[in-house]
Design a binder for this molecule. Structure first.
Ligand code: SF4
Length: 406
């Protein structure tokens, strides 16, 4: 790369040259990258794209999922959340086992591989309505109920569970590991400021970054293939975004369990405290995705949801993602209900047009299936391998001859 070009910062060139040689940027260098001017940003994106191609190839994965909103009651009240319902709200609920099984069966019949359990955090701690409902079902905590629902779905369908139940104790993580192909917890942000008065997480004890990082660390100790990520545009600075990525990198370097980092943009939801807050722009997303790729290089998968910035498919691909995350043909994104997932054919078309091939994956990434060192729960190991076999065969018999992108 040429140095000292007009309109370009030579320091950025140096950082990018080192990144191309496999030496990821330091935290300070990453802050310089995410603050790069538009001229330099083009180079940042180009290098991120080159590293993605080299480390991950030209296949972009997605998971076909059915979204199971186990409960929309939650002990937290995040300023941007449109999913949570107060217990007195007529739509506040916990799904019954029959509802869960019906939905899971429909997902199975329509070719989904993943049962994505999404739920508010520990609603029984705050809300008698949640406690009473759980008691009627024979449970004292939502985690005990979730555990049994994962087992039921595993036994009665071909789906593989992936649960996102919020922060968890060591014991709860261990219990859920046994019945999940993988699990998830968004860090969202390492910024403690967001928990202060007026911040997005002021009323959300579960969003204390230390508590979340602790859960993600325990997941590493337990060898749980783990999905995490950051939510951008909720009041954090660019430097705090980089702090968040480095906090995750520290844990991943230690435990190697973070199978994917999601870079998710905040979308303002009506009737929430942040309904009028500005949303991140496409440039904001692109520079954050590119920074994440440069920091993590090929060490993990970088994902951006395809429904939250429609029309930006090519930009996100160019910035270095290698995964679109979960897509459903059956259920809405209930966290962002105004943002429909693209049809899978549409996603395939736009991915192909950008020079990539779209491939189906399971909720647990292949690298954790191949590794034989305790990442798969023994109760699911056989099932995971058998669900994966036809996907592998498809890939073997279908080798695209001329993938390339500019
Ligand atoms: S974003 Fe999650 S943790 Fe926050 S209020 Fe909504 S459901 Fe609860």
């Amino acid at each position: 790369m040429k140095q000292d070009r007009e309109g370009h910062d030579p320091q950025i060139d140096e950082i990018l040259n080192r990144a191309l040689d496999g030496r990821p940027p330091t935290k300070d260098e990453s802050c310089a990258l995410i603050n790069a001017n538009l001229n330099d940003l083009q180079d940042v994106v180009q290098v991120a794209s080159t590293i993605r191609d080299r480390e991950k190839g030209l296949r972009i994965s997605y998971s076909k999922k059915v979204f199971i909103p186990l409960t929309n009651m939650c002990r937290n009240r995040c300023g941007y959340c449109g999913f949570r319902k107060d217990p007195e709200h007529p739509e506040a609920r916990i799904m019954s086992p029959e509802e869960i099984l019906n939905l899971a069966r429909k997902g199975d019949e329509s070719g989904c591989k993943e049962a994505l359990f999404v739920l508010g955090e520990a609603p029984e701690y705050e809300h008698p309505k949640a406690r009473n409902y759980l008691q009627r079902l024979g449970y004292s905590t939502i985690i005990e109920y979730l555990r049994d629902m994962c087992e039921m779905v595993t036994c009665q369908t071909r789906l593989l569970p992936h649960s996102n139940p919020g922060v968890l104790s060591n014991e709860d993580l261990a219990i859920l590991k046994d019945v999940n192909a993988s699990m998830g917890l968004m860090l969202e942000s390492s910024s403690k400021r967001l928990c202060n008065r007026g911040g997005a997480h002021e009323h959300s004890p579960g969003k204390n970054p230390e508590v979340r990082l602790r859960s993600i660390e325990v997941a590493g100790q337990l060898k749980i293939p783990f999905t995490t990520g950051i939510l951008i545009g909720v009041g954090e600075t660019l430097e705090e975004r980089i702090d968040s990525l480095f906090d995750l990198k520290l844990l991943h370097d230690k435990y190697r369990h973070i199978q994917e980092i999601i870079i998710q943009n905040f979308k303002a939801q009506p009737q929430t405290p942040m309904e009028l807050a500005p949303q991140p722009t496409m440039i904001d997303m692109v520079k954050t995705v590119a920074a994440a790729r440069l920091i993590f290089q090929g060490k993990t998968n970088i994902q951006s949801p395809p429904n939250l910035l429609p029309g930006a498919y090519r930009d996100l691909l160019c910035a270095g993602i290698n995964d679109w995350g979960g897509v459903s043909n059956l259920t809405k994104d209930l966290v962002n209900p105004e943002a429909p997932w693209p049809e899978i054919d549409t996603l395939r078309k736009v991915t192909n047009e950008a020079g990539f091939e779209l491939i189906l994956r399971l909720p647990v990434y292949p690298e954790y299936i191949v590794r034989m060192d305790g990442y798969l729960p023994s109760s699911l190991e056989e099932k995971i391998r058998s669900v994966r076999r036809p996907l592998q065969q498809n890939l073997m018999f279908h080798r695209p001859s001329s993938l390339s992108h500019t």
